[in-house]
Design a binder for this molecule. Structure first.
Ligand code: ADP
Length: 487
Protein backbone atom coordinates (compact mmCIF):
# COMPACT_ATOMS: atom_id res chain seq x y z
CA UNK A 1 0.00 0.00 0.00
CA UNK A 2 1.02 3.62 -0.46
CA UNK A 3 2.84 5.29 2.38
CA UNK A 4 0.33 7.27 4.40
CA UNK A 5 2.03 10.64 4.06
CA UNK A 6 1.90 10.40 0.27
CA UNK A 7 -1.80 9.61 -0.14
CA UNK A 8 -2.69 13.28 -0.57
CA UNK A 9 -1.10 13.31 -4.03
CA UNK A 10 -3.23 10.45 -5.30
CA UNK A 11 -6.45 11.29 -7.16
CA UNK A 12 -8.86 8.40 -7.54
CA UNK A 13 -11.71 9.93 -9.51
CA UNK A 14 -12.52 10.98 -13.05
CA UNK A 15 -11.99 14.60 -14.09
CA UNK A 16 -15.04 15.76 -16.04
CA UNK A 17 -15.96 19.38 -16.68
CA UNK A 18 -13.63 20.59 -13.97
CA UNK A 19 -15.09 18.32 -11.29
CA UNK A 20 -13.68 15.17 -9.71
CA UNK A 21 -16.42 12.54 -9.85
CA UNK A 22 -16.98 8.83 -9.40
CA UNK A 23 -17.97 6.86 -12.46
CA UNK A 24 -21.67 6.44 -13.23
CA UNK A 25 -21.44 2.70 -12.62
CA UNK A 26 -19.82 3.36 -9.23
CA UNK A 27 -17.15 0.79 -10.10
CA UNK A 28 -13.49 1.02 -9.16
CA UNK A 29 -10.48 -0.88 -10.53
CA UNK A 30 -7.23 -1.76 -8.84
CA UNK A 31 -3.88 -0.33 -9.80
CA UNK A 32 -0.96 -2.56 -8.86
CA UNK A 33 2.64 -1.83 -7.92
CA UNK A 34 4.47 -4.21 -10.27
CA UNK A 35 7.54 -4.33 -8.02
CA UNK A 36 5.59 -5.73 -5.06
CA UNK A 37 2.47 -7.15 -6.78
CA UNK A 38 0.45 -5.25 -4.17
CA UNK A 39 -2.48 -2.93 -4.73
CA UNK A 40 -1.55 0.76 -4.66
CA UNK A 41 -5.12 2.02 -4.61
CA UNK A 42 -8.39 1.78 -6.50
CA UNK A 43 -9.47 4.20 -9.20
CA UNK A 44 -12.94 5.10 -10.46
CA UNK A 45 -13.56 3.00 -13.58
CA UNK A 46 -14.86 5.03 -16.50
CA UNK A 47 -17.03 3.42 -19.18
CA UNK A 48 -19.13 4.55 -22.14
CA UNK A 49 -21.53 6.72 -20.07
CA UNK A 50 -18.61 8.57 -18.48
CA UNK A 51 -16.97 9.06 -21.88
CA UNK A 52 -20.27 10.53 -23.12
CA UNK A 53 -20.25 13.05 -20.27
CA UNK A 54 -16.58 13.89 -20.81
CA UNK A 55 -17.09 14.41 -24.55
CA UNK A 56 -20.13 16.62 -23.88
CA UNK A 57 -18.04 18.70 -21.44
CA UNK A 58 -15.21 19.00 -23.97
CA UNK A 59 -17.68 19.99 -26.68
CA UNK A 60 -19.26 22.65 -24.46
CA UNK A 61 -15.85 24.04 -23.51
CA UNK A 62 -14.84 24.14 -27.16
CA UNK A 63 -17.99 25.72 -28.61
CA UNK A 64 -19.27 27.87 -25.75
CA UNK A 65 -16.74 28.01 -22.96
CA UNK A 66 -14.06 30.62 -22.37
CA UNK A 67 -11.54 28.47 -24.25
CA UNK A 68 -12.80 29.62 -27.62
CA UNK A 69 -12.11 33.23 -26.69
CA UNK A 70 -8.86 32.66 -24.83
CA UNK A 71 -6.05 34.49 -26.64
CA UNK A 72 -3.40 32.27 -28.12
CA UNK A 73 -0.72 33.87 -25.97
CA UNK A 74 -2.79 33.16 -22.86
CA UNK A 75 -2.98 29.49 -23.87
CA UNK A 76 0.80 29.59 -23.97
CA UNK A 77 0.88 31.17 -20.51
CA UNK A 78 -1.34 28.39 -19.14
CA UNK A 79 1.05 25.79 -20.59
CA UNK A 80 3.94 27.66 -18.96
CA UNK A 81 2.12 27.63 -15.65
CA UNK A 82 1.47 23.88 -16.00
CA UNK A 83 5.18 23.48 -16.69
CA UNK A 84 6.06 25.43 -13.53
CA UNK A 85 3.71 23.34 -11.42
CA UNK A 86 5.10 20.10 -12.88
CA UNK A 87 8.59 21.36 -12.08
CA UNK A 88 7.52 22.20 -8.53
CA UNK A 89 5.94 18.76 -8.05
CA UNK A 90 8.47 16.75 -10.03
CA UNK A 91 9.59 14.58 -7.12
CA UNK A 92 6.04 13.50 -6.32
CA UNK A 93 5.26 12.89 -9.99
CA UNK A 94 8.44 10.84 -10.44
CA UNK A 95 7.62 8.79 -7.36
CA UNK A 96 4.03 8.14 -8.51
CA UNK A 97 5.25 7.07 -11.93
CA UNK A 98 7.80 4.68 -10.47
CA UNK A 99 5.23 3.25 -8.07
CA UNK A 100 2.62 2.67 -10.77
CA UNK A 101 4.83 1.59 -13.66
CA UNK A 102 7.80 -0.13 -11.98
CA UNK A 103 10.49 1.92 -13.75
CA UNK A 104 13.56 3.01 -11.77
CA UNK A 105 13.31 6.32 -9.96
CA UNK A 106 16.63 7.39 -11.55
CA UNK A 107 14.93 7.16 -14.95
CA UNK A 108 11.71 8.92 -13.97
CA UNK A 109 13.77 11.72 -12.43
CA UNK A 110 16.41 12.01 -15.14
CA UNK A 111 14.51 11.08 -18.29
CA UNK A 112 10.70 11.17 -17.99
CA UNK A 113 10.30 14.36 -15.96
CA UNK A 114 12.87 16.49 -17.84
CA UNK A 115 11.29 15.45 -21.16
CA UNK A 116 7.82 16.25 -19.80
CA UNK A 117 8.91 19.71 -18.66
CA UNK A 118 10.68 20.44 -21.93
CA UNK A 119 7.66 19.38 -23.99
CA UNK A 120 5.40 21.77 -22.04
CA UNK A 121 7.90 24.59 -22.52
CA UNK A 122 8.22 23.86 -26.22
CA UNK A 123 4.47 23.93 -26.95
CA UNK A 124 3.91 26.93 -24.67
CA UNK A 125 6.16 28.73 -27.15
CA UNK A 126 4.12 27.60 -30.15
CA UNK A 127 0.68 28.68 -28.91
CA UNK A 128 0.84 32.21 -30.38
CA UNK A 129 2.87 31.30 -33.45
CA UNK A 130 0.31 29.15 -35.22
CA UNK A 131 -0.93 31.21 -38.13
CA UNK A 132 -2.15 31.12 -41.68
CA UNK A 133 -0.85 32.64 -44.88
CA UNK A 134 -1.92 35.03 -47.64
CA UNK A 135 -1.88 33.36 -51.02
CA UNK A 136 -1.30 35.09 -54.40
CA UNK A 137 -4.29 33.65 -56.29
CA UNK A 138 -5.31 34.63 -59.84
CA UNK A 139 -7.86 37.42 -60.29
CA UNK A 140 -9.01 40.23 -58.07
CA UNK A 141 -9.27 38.31 -54.88
CA UNK A 142 -7.65 38.28 -51.53
CA UNK A 143 -7.16 34.72 -50.31
CA UNK A 144 -5.90 33.83 -46.90
CA UNK A 145 -5.90 30.81 -44.63
CA UNK A 146 -6.66 30.41 -40.96
CA UNK A 147 -5.27 27.52 -38.98
CA UNK A 148 -8.01 26.46 -36.57
CA UNK A 149 -8.17 23.80 -33.86
CA UNK A 150 -9.70 20.45 -34.83
CA UNK A 151 -12.21 20.53 -31.96
CA UNK A 152 -12.73 17.76 -29.40
CA UNK A 153 -9.81 15.36 -29.40
CA UNK A 154 -9.71 11.92 -27.79
CA UNK A 155 -6.28 10.81 -26.63
CA UNK A 156 -5.62 7.19 -25.69
CA UNK A 157 -2.23 6.55 -24.14
CA UNK A 158 -0.15 3.55 -23.05
CA UNK A 159 1.49 2.58 -19.77
CA UNK A 160 5.20 2.66 -20.65
CA UNK A 161 5.75 6.44 -20.26
CA UNK A 162 2.41 7.41 -18.72
CA UNK A 163 3.09 11.07 -17.95
CA UNK A 164 5.29 11.73 -20.96
CA UNK A 165 2.74 10.23 -23.36
CA UNK A 166 0.02 12.35 -21.75
CA UNK A 167 2.07 15.50 -22.22
CA UNK A 168 3.17 14.66 -25.79
CA UNK A 169 -0.53 14.66 -26.58
CA UNK A 170 -2.10 17.33 -24.41
CA UNK A 171 0.58 20.04 -24.84
CA UNK A 172 0.22 20.49 -28.63
CA UNK A 173 -3.56 20.00 -28.41
CA UNK A 174 -3.84 22.82 -25.85
CA UNK A 175 -1.40 25.04 -27.76
CA UNK A 176 -3.63 24.72 -30.83
CA UNK A 177 -6.85 25.46 -28.87
CA UNK A 178 -8.54 22.05 -28.82
CA UNK A 179 -10.40 20.45 -25.92
CA UNK A 180 -9.49 16.98 -24.73
CA UNK A 181 -10.75 13.69 -23.36
CA UNK A 182 -7.73 11.73 -22.17
CA UNK A 183 -7.91 8.02 -21.42
CA UNK A 184 -4.82 6.85 -19.53
CA UNK A 185 -3.82 3.19 -19.57
CA UNK A 186 -5.58 1.09 -16.93
CA UNK A 187 -2.22 -0.11 -15.59
CA UNK A 188 -0.90 3.41 -14.89
CA UNK A 189 -3.53 6.09 -14.28
CA UNK A 190 -1.92 7.90 -11.33
CA UNK A 191 0.42 10.46 -12.89
CA UNK A 192 -2.14 11.60 -15.48
CA UNK A 193 -4.65 12.23 -12.69
CA UNK A 194 -2.12 14.28 -10.78
CA UNK A 195 -1.36 16.21 -13.96
CA UNK A 196 -5.10 16.93 -14.20
CA UNK A 197 -4.97 18.58 -10.78
CA UNK A 198 -1.97 20.66 -11.78
CA UNK A 199 -3.72 21.76 -15.00
CA UNK A 200 -6.67 22.97 -12.93
CA UNK A 201 -4.34 24.82 -10.59
CA UNK A 202 -2.68 26.41 -13.62
CA UNK A 203 -6.03 27.91 -14.66
CA UNK A 204 -7.01 25.61 -17.52
CA UNK A 205 -10.76 26.26 -17.84
CA UNK A 206 -13.26 23.53 -16.90
CA UNK A 207 -13.92 20.99 -19.62
CA UNK A 208 -10.75 21.69 -21.61
CA UNK A 209 -9.01 18.62 -20.22
CA UNK A 210 -11.20 15.72 -19.11
CA UNK A 211 -9.55 12.54 -17.84
CA UNK A 212 -11.37 9.22 -17.84
CA UNK A 213 -9.35 6.22 -16.65
CA UNK A 214 -10.84 2.86 -17.55
CA UNK A 215 -10.25 -0.22 -19.65
CA UNK A 216 -9.48 -0.22 -23.37
CA UNK A 217 -12.37 -2.29 -24.72
CA UNK A 218 -14.89 -0.22 -22.72
CA UNK A 219 -13.81 3.39 -22.11
CA UNK A 220 -11.17 3.41 -24.86
CA UNK A 221 -13.42 1.87 -27.49
CA UNK A 222 -16.26 4.27 -26.58
CA UNK A 223 -13.95 7.24 -27.07
CA UNK A 224 -12.62 5.94 -30.39
CA UNK A 225 -16.14 5.35 -31.72
CA UNK A 226 -17.76 8.52 -30.32
CA UNK A 227 -19.61 10.42 -33.01
CA UNK A 228 -18.84 13.81 -31.45
CA UNK A 229 -15.09 13.35 -31.19
CA UNK A 230 -13.23 15.05 -34.05
CA UNK A 231 -9.89 13.33 -33.71
CA UNK A 232 -8.26 10.39 -31.95
CA UNK A 233 -4.57 10.29 -31.12
CA UNK A 234 -3.44 6.85 -30.02
CA UNK A 235 -0.23 5.25 -28.84
CA UNK A 236 -0.21 1.52 -28.18
CA UNK A 237 -0.19 -1.88 -29.81
CA UNK A 238 -0.71 -2.33 -33.55
CA UNK A 239 -3.67 -4.67 -32.97
CA UNK A 240 -5.40 -1.97 -30.93
CA UNK A 241 -4.48 0.57 -33.62
CA UNK A 242 -6.45 -1.46 -36.14
CA UNK A 243 -9.51 -1.50 -33.85
CA UNK A 244 -9.24 2.25 -33.43
CA UNK A 245 -9.11 2.82 -37.18
CA UNK A 246 -12.29 0.81 -37.59
CA UNK A 247 -14.02 2.55 -34.69
CA UNK A 248 -13.05 5.95 -36.07
CA UNK A 249 -14.72 5.22 -39.40
CA UNK A 250 -18.22 5.96 -37.99
CA UNK A 251 -17.82 9.73 -38.24
CA UNK A 252 -14.59 9.68 -40.27
CA UNK A 253 -12.73 11.28 -37.40
CA UNK A 254 -9.08 12.03 -37.98
CA UNK A 255 -6.62 9.65 -36.44
CA UNK A 256 -2.94 9.53 -35.69
CA UNK A 257 -1.37 6.28 -34.55
CA UNK A 258 1.96 5.60 -32.89
CA UNK A 259 2.25 1.82 -32.76
CA UNK A 260 4.96 -0.72 -32.11
CA UNK A 261 8.42 -1.33 -33.44
CA UNK A 262 11.16 -3.90 -33.94
CA UNK A 263 13.96 -1.46 -34.49
CA UNK A 264 17.31 -2.51 -35.94
CA UNK A 265 20.40 -1.27 -34.12
CA UNK A 266 23.30 -1.76 -36.55
CA UNK A 267 26.92 -1.85 -35.42
CA UNK A 268 29.77 -1.76 -37.94
CA UNK A 269 33.29 -2.90 -37.16
CA UNK A 270 34.57 0.66 -37.77
CA UNK A 271 32.47 2.13 -34.94
CA UNK A 272 33.63 3.20 -31.50
CA UNK A 273 32.84 -0.19 -29.95
CA UNK A 274 32.55 0.92 -26.34
CA UNK A 275 30.17 3.69 -27.14
CA UNK A 276 28.16 1.29 -29.34
CA UNK A 277 27.96 -1.16 -26.42
CA UNK A 278 26.60 1.66 -24.26
CA UNK A 279 24.11 2.49 -27.01
CA UNK A 280 23.01 -1.12 -27.33
CA UNK A 281 22.43 -1.36 -23.58
CA UNK A 282 20.51 1.90 -23.53
CA UNK A 283 18.63 0.84 -26.65
CA UNK A 284 17.16 -2.30 -25.14
CA UNK A 285 17.31 -2.13 -21.34
CA UNK A 286 16.16 1.46 -20.81
CA UNK A 287 12.67 1.36 -19.25
CA UNK A 288 12.93 -2.46 -18.98
CA UNK A 289 12.70 -2.64 -22.77
CA UNK A 290 9.13 -1.34 -22.62
CA UNK A 291 9.89 1.22 -25.31
CA UNK A 292 8.21 1.21 -28.71
CA UNK A 293 11.48 2.20 -30.42
CA UNK A 294 13.69 -0.21 -28.41
CA UNK A 295 16.74 -1.48 -30.32
CA UNK A 296 15.48 -5.06 -30.13
CA UNK A 297 17.29 -6.38 -33.23
CA UNK A 298 21.02 -5.86 -32.85
CA UNK A 299 22.90 -6.36 -36.14
CA UNK A 300 26.60 -6.94 -35.51
CA UNK A 301 29.23 -6.99 -38.24
CA UNK A 302 30.95 -10.38 -38.08
CA UNK A 303 34.45 -8.96 -37.54
CA UNK A 304 33.46 -7.56 -34.14
CA UNK A 305 30.63 -9.94 -33.30
CA UNK A 306 32.36 -11.97 -30.58
CA UNK A 307 34.14 -9.04 -28.95
CA UNK A 308 30.95 -6.98 -28.92
CA UNK A 309 28.78 -9.76 -27.54
CA UNK A 310 31.31 -10.46 -24.80
CA UNK A 311 31.24 -6.84 -23.67
CA UNK A 312 27.48 -6.52 -24.02
CA UNK A 313 26.61 -9.65 -22.06
CA UNK A 314 29.11 -8.80 -19.35
CA UNK A 315 27.58 -5.34 -18.89
CA UNK A 316 24.01 -6.66 -19.16
CA UNK A 317 24.60 -9.29 -16.49
CA UNK A 318 25.92 -6.61 -14.13
CA UNK A 319 22.94 -4.23 -14.45
CA UNK A 320 21.27 -3.85 -11.07
CA UNK A 321 17.68 -5.07 -11.34
CA UNK A 322 15.36 -4.57 -8.40
CA UNK A 323 13.51 -2.12 -6.19
CA UNK A 324 12.56 0.75 -8.53
CA UNK A 325 12.51 3.22 -5.64
CA UNK A 326 16.22 2.63 -4.93
CA UNK A 327 18.21 5.40 -6.66
CA UNK A 328 20.92 2.89 -7.66
CA UNK A 329 18.56 0.54 -9.47
CA UNK A 330 19.15 0.42 -13.23
CA UNK A 331 16.26 -1.80 -14.30
CA UNK A 332 12.92 -2.06 -12.53
CA UNK A 333 9.85 -4.28 -12.88
CA UNK A 334 7.83 -5.02 -15.99
CA UNK A 335 4.52 -3.20 -15.80
CA UNK A 336 2.14 -6.12 -15.22
CA UNK A 337 1.78 -9.86 -14.80
CA UNK A 338 0.42 -10.04 -18.34
CA UNK A 339 3.48 -8.30 -19.75
CA UNK A 340 5.84 -10.35 -17.57
CA UNK A 341 4.28 -13.62 -18.81
CA UNK A 342 4.35 -12.46 -22.42
CA UNK A 343 8.09 -11.68 -22.24
CA UNK A 344 8.94 -15.02 -20.62
CA UNK A 345 6.90 -16.72 -23.30
CA UNK A 346 8.94 -14.99 -26.03
CA UNK A 347 12.17 -16.02 -24.29
CA UNK A 348 11.01 -19.65 -24.41
CA UNK A 349 10.05 -19.29 -28.06
CA UNK A 350 13.55 -17.97 -28.88
CA UNK A 351 15.16 -20.95 -27.20
CA UNK A 352 12.87 -23.35 -29.02
CA UNK A 353 13.67 -21.79 -32.39
CA UNK A 354 17.36 -22.42 -31.76
CA UNK A 355 18.70 -19.07 -30.54
CA UNK A 356 21.08 -19.17 -27.57
CA UNK A 357 20.64 -17.16 -24.37
CA UNK A 358 24.05 -15.82 -23.38
CA UNK A 359 22.85 -13.90 -20.36
CA UNK A 360 19.52 -13.59 -18.53
CA UNK A 361 16.64 -15.57 -19.96
CA UNK A 362 14.62 -15.87 -16.75
CA UNK A 363 12.83 -13.96 -14.05
CA UNK A 364 14.79 -12.16 -11.38
CA UNK A 365 13.83 -12.97 -7.77
CA UNK A 366 10.49 -14.49 -6.87
CA UNK A 367 8.37 -11.45 -6.07
CA UNK A 368 7.52 -8.62 -8.44
CA UNK A 369 7.58 -8.73 -12.23
CA UNK A 370 11.35 -8.54 -12.68
CA UNK A 371 13.14 -10.12 -15.64
CA UNK A 372 16.89 -10.39 -16.07
CA UNK A 373 18.42 -8.42 -18.96
CA UNK A 374 18.46 -11.01 -21.72
CA UNK A 375 20.79 -11.33 -24.72
CA UNK A 376 20.14 -13.89 -27.47
CA UNK A 377 22.93 -14.95 -29.81
CA UNK A 378 22.57 -16.60 -33.20
CA UNK A 379 19.18 -15.17 -34.08
CA UNK A 380 17.82 -15.46 -37.58
CA UNK A 381 15.73 -12.49 -38.73
CA UNK A 382 12.78 -14.74 -39.54
CA UNK A 383 12.49 -16.08 -35.97
CA UNK A 384 9.55 -14.94 -33.89
CA UNK A 385 11.85 -13.07 -31.46
CA UNK A 386 13.19 -11.05 -34.41
CA UNK A 387 9.82 -10.35 -36.02
CA UNK A 388 7.41 -9.71 -33.16
CA UNK A 389 7.53 -6.91 -30.63
CA UNK A 390 8.47 -8.35 -27.22
CA UNK A 391 8.34 -5.06 -25.31
CA UNK A 392 10.77 -6.32 -22.71
CA UNK A 393 14.51 -6.48 -21.87
CA UNK A 394 15.32 -9.01 -24.59
CA UNK A 395 17.73 -8.31 -27.45
CA UNK A 396 18.13 -10.54 -30.50
CA UNK A 397 21.59 -10.34 -32.04
CA UNK A 398 22.05 -11.10 -35.73
CA UNK A 399 25.50 -11.35 -37.35
CA UNK A 400 26.14 -9.84 -40.80
CA UNK A 401 28.97 -9.30 -43.23
CA UNK A 402 27.20 -8.12 -46.36
CA UNK A 403 25.82 -4.59 -46.10
CA UNK A 404 23.07 -4.93 -48.70
CA UNK A 405 21.81 -8.12 -47.15
CA UNK A 406 21.83 -6.51 -43.69
CA UNK A 407 19.84 -3.50 -44.96
CA UNK A 408 17.36 -5.84 -46.61
CA UNK A 409 16.94 -7.77 -43.34
CA UNK A 410 16.67 -4.57 -41.30
CA UNK A 411 13.76 -3.53 -43.49
CA UNK A 412 12.25 -7.01 -43.44
CA UNK A 413 9.81 -6.20 -40.64
CA UNK A 414 6.20 -5.05 -40.58
CA UNK A 415 7.36 -2.15 -38.43
CA UNK A 416 9.36 1.00 -39.18
CA UNK A 417 9.56 3.16 -36.10
CA UNK A 418 13.29 3.71 -35.56
CA UNK A 419 16.75 2.43 -36.48
CA UNK A 420 20.32 3.20 -35.43
CA UNK A 421 23.69 2.95 -37.15
CA UNK A 422 27.09 2.89 -35.42
CA UNK A 423 30.04 3.70 -37.66
CA UNK A 424 32.83 6.24 -38.09
CA UNK A 425 32.26 6.29 -41.86
CA UNK A 426 30.01 9.28 -42.46
CA UNK A 427 29.28 8.37 -46.07
CA UNK A 428 28.17 4.87 -45.17
CA UNK A 429 26.02 6.18 -42.31
CA UNK A 430 24.10 8.64 -44.49
CA UNK A 431 23.70 6.11 -47.28
CA UNK A 432 22.12 3.63 -44.89
CA UNK A 433 19.98 6.34 -43.29
CA UNK A 434 18.38 6.81 -46.71
CA UNK A 435 17.77 3.12 -47.20
CA UNK A 436 16.29 2.26 -43.81
CA UNK A 437 12.50 2.43 -43.71
CA UNK A 438 11.94 4.08 -40.34
CA UNK A 439 10.61 7.35 -38.95
CA UNK A 440 13.68 8.03 -36.81
CA UNK A 441 17.31 7.21 -37.61
CA UNK A 442 19.92 7.58 -34.91
CA UNK A 443 23.61 7.67 -35.80
CA UNK A 444 26.09 6.84 -33.07
CA UNK A 445 23.37 7.36 -30.47
CA UNK A 446 20.17 5.67 -29.30
CA UNK A 447 16.89 6.74 -27.68
CA UNK A 448 17.68 10.41 -28.16
CA UNK A 449 14.63 12.67 -28.01
CA UNK A 450 13.79 16.34 -28.13
CA UNK A 451 10.39 18.02 -28.03
CA UNK A 452 11.35 19.85 -31.26
CA UNK A 453 12.12 16.74 -33.33
CA UNK A 454 9.28 14.73 -34.92
CA UNK A 455 8.58 11.15 -33.85
CA UNK A 456 6.42 8.55 -35.58
CA UNK A 457 6.43 5.50 -37.77
CA UNK A 458 6.75 4.13 -41.25
CA UNK A 459 4.78 1.03 -42.30
CA UNK A 460 2.75 -0.63 -39.52
CA UNK A 461 4.36 1.53 -36.85
CA UNK A 462 1.61 4.03 -37.58
CA UNK A 463 1.17 7.45 -39.13
CA UNK A 464 1.22 11.10 -38.13
CA UNK A 465 4.16 12.72 -36.39
CA UNK A 466 4.16 13.77 -32.77
CA UNK A 467 6.45 16.43 -31.33
CA UNK A 468 8.01 19.36 -33.17
CA UNK A 469 6.15 21.59 -35.55
CA UNK A 470 4.66 18.46 -37.10
CA UNK A 471 2.33 17.81 -34.17
CA UNK A 472 0.61 21.11 -34.98
CA UNK A 473 -0.63 19.43 -38.17
CA UNK A 474 -2.37 16.81 -36.05
CA UNK A 475 -4.25 19.34 -33.96
CA UNK A 476 -5.21 22.01 -36.49
CA UNK A 477 -7.19 22.27 -39.69
CA UNK A 478 -6.98 24.87 -42.43
CA UNK A 479 -9.70 27.19 -43.59
CA UNK A 480 -9.31 29.09 -46.87
CA UNK A 481 -11.06 32.49 -46.98
CA UNK A 482 -11.79 34.37 -50.24
CA UNK A 483 -12.61 38.06 -50.56
CA UNK A 484 -13.75 39.58 -53.83
CA UNK A 485 -11.77 42.77 -54.48
CA UNK A 486 -13.24 43.29 -57.96
CA UNK A 487 -16.54 44.73 -59.07
P1 ADP B 1 -1.06 -3.03 -24.17
O1 ADP B 1 -1.68 -4.33 -24.62
O2 ADP B 1 0.39 -3.07 -24.23
O3 ADP B 1 -1.64 -2.53 -22.88
P2 ADP B 1 -2.80 -1.47 -25.75
O4 ADP B 1 -2.69 -1.02 -27.16
O5 ADP B 1 -3.84 -2.49 -25.46
O6 ADP B 1 -1.40 -1.96 -25.29
O7 ADP B 1 -3.05 -0.23 -24.77
C1 ADP B 1 -2.78 1.10 -25.08
C2 ADP B 1 -3.98 1.94 -24.72
O8 ADP B 1 -5.07 1.55 -25.56
C3 ADP B 1 -4.50 1.76 -23.29
O9 ADP B 1 -4.94 3.02 -22.79
C4 ADP B 1 -5.65 0.80 -23.46
O10 ADP B 1 -6.62 0.89 -22.44
C5 ADP B 1 -6.23 1.27 -24.78
N1 ADP B 1 -7.03 0.27 -25.50
C6 ADP B 1 -6.94 -1.07 -25.46
N2 ADP B 1 -7.89 -1.63 -26.23
C7 ADP B 1 -8.60 -0.63 -26.79
C8 ADP B 1 -9.70 -0.56 -27.69
N3 ADP B 1 -10.29 -1.65 -28.18
N4 ADP B 1 -10.16 0.65 -28.06
C9 ADP B 1 -9.57 1.78 -27.58
N5 ADP B 1 -8.55 1.78 -26.72
C10 ADP B 1 -8.06 0.60 -26.32
Amino acid sequence: MVKRKETNIISRQLLIDGKWVDSISGKFFRTINPATEEEITTIAEGDKEDIDLAVAAARKAFEKGPWRKTDARDRGLILLKIMELVEKNKDELAWLETLDNGKPISETKNADLPLVIDCLLYYAGWADKIHGETIPVRGEFLNYTIREPVGVVGQIIPWNFPLLMAVWKIAPAIACGNTIVLKPAEQTPLSALMLGRLCQEAGLPDGVLNIVPGYGPTAGAALAAHMDVDKIAFTGEHTTGRLIMKAAAGNLKRISLELGGKSPNIVFADSDIDSAVNGALRGIFFNQGEVCCAGSRLFLEKKIHDEFLGKLSDRASRLSVGNPEDPNTQMGAQVSKEQFDKILHYIESGKQEGAKVITGGERCGNKGYFIKPTVFEGVNNSMKIAQEEIFGPVVSTIAFDDMDEMVQQSNDSPYGLAAAVWTRDIKKAHKIARELKAGTIWMNTYNTFDAASPFGGYKQSGFGRELGVHALELYTQIKSVWINLGT
